[in-house]
Design a protein around this ligand. Structure first.
Ligand code: GDP
Length: 296
């Protein structure tokens, strides 16, 4: 499960603090050194770690904390609060267009989980009594269109496709029109990925963006790729003005660095977390719950 190493290490640091009636400056410094190492080992971006530790120290060192009844607990609370803030503070909800349909554009590298996440999002929206339309805009990856159609059949959501010979920009344009004509209140556009960020892909995504004017541009990133996921997010964000991130594969044994760094590095909120291959494995991302989970 994700974050295992980090949780174990933080628990060790905190159990030492918790046991103490009085906490010295030296104890706090020692704890902060250990938290710092634990975060670095969890593959959290080093700048993010530096700022995080500085913030925690600023709050933890002081008379109020030292003279409180349970200083160890106060420090643990501070770490918990800062971890929550690091991941965005509070839940960041999906935007909704004033006039339907709300357009969600899914972007990301190949294999990150865009197509499956599109299906999962559609299912989540259906549960909220919405009528999403899936648009098959990934014409390059063999079988991506079929994969989306199969997902659509499973959840009984319509899938708009023009095959793989029409440009994705045209598919997106017609898909949006189709949604308007058929009363779909959400349009989820699955776009093509690449193995690496490249200019051609970005240009295509920018064109789709200008044609459909999305309410959300959601970057799907594989949390198992750690710092790479954060670099990818930075790249996409420079080119496309992302509105949110979906972290996938949090069910795997990711060390957690991506989840803990991506908001701080890009400024983009994490909106959803995917914790499995099944269609109901997508959850709204709650920073405070994730922080509590990490702290164990
Ligand atoms: P795309 O190329 O970005 O469209 O990626 P896909 O949607 O085809 O996903 C790539 C692979 O990752 C598939 O085998 C998915 O089942 C798998 N996958 C996606 N999300 C998750 C997740 O949250 N957990 C796990 N374990 N697998 C996932």
């Amino acid at each position: 499960m994700a974050f295992e190493g980090l949780t174990t290490r933080l628990q060790n640091v905190f159990s030492k603090l918790r046991g103490k009636g009085k906490v010295s400056d030296e104890d706090v410094a020692e704890a902060m050194r250990e938290v710092r190492l634990a975060l670095l080992e969890a593959d959290v971006n080093f700048k993010v770690v530096k700022e995080f530790i500085a913030k925690v120290k600023e709050k933890a060192v002081g008379k109020e904390v030292m003279e409180s009844f349970t200083p160890g607990m106060v420090i643990i609370d501070i770490v918990n609060k800062e971890l929550t803030d690091l991941m965005g503070g509070s839940q960041s909800k999906l935007a909704k267009a004033n006039k339907p349909p709300t357009v969600l554009m899914m972007v990301g590298l190949q294999g990150a989980g865009k197509t499956t996440t599109s299906g999962k999002l559609a299912k989540m929206l259906q549960k909220q009594n919405s009528r999403p339309l899936l648009v098959a805009g990934d014409i390059y990856r063999p079988a991506a269109i079929k994969q989306l159609q199969v997902l659509g059949e499973q959840i009984k959501a319509p899938v708009f496709t023009l095959g793989d010979q029409t440009s994705p920009v045209e598919i997106a344009r017609q898909g949006l029109q189709h949604a308007k004509d058929n009363g779909n209140d959400y349009v989820i556009i699955d776009t093509a990925g690449r193995l690496h960020v490249d200019e051609e892909l970005m240009e295509e995504l920018r064109q789709i963006h200008s044609v459909v004017n999305p309410d959300e541009v959601l970057l799907v990133v594989d949390s198992m790729t750690g710092q790479d996921a954060v670099n990818v997010a930075e790249h996409f964000n420079q080119q496309l003005d992302l509105t949110g991130v979906v972290l996938t594969k949090l069910d795997g044994d990711t060390r957690g660095g991506a989840a803990l760094s991506v908001k701080a590095v890009t400024g983009c909120p994490i909106k959803f977390a995917s914790l499995g291959e099944k269609l109901d494995a997508l959850e709204p991302f709650h920073p405070e719950r994730m922080a509590s989970r990490i702290l164990g």
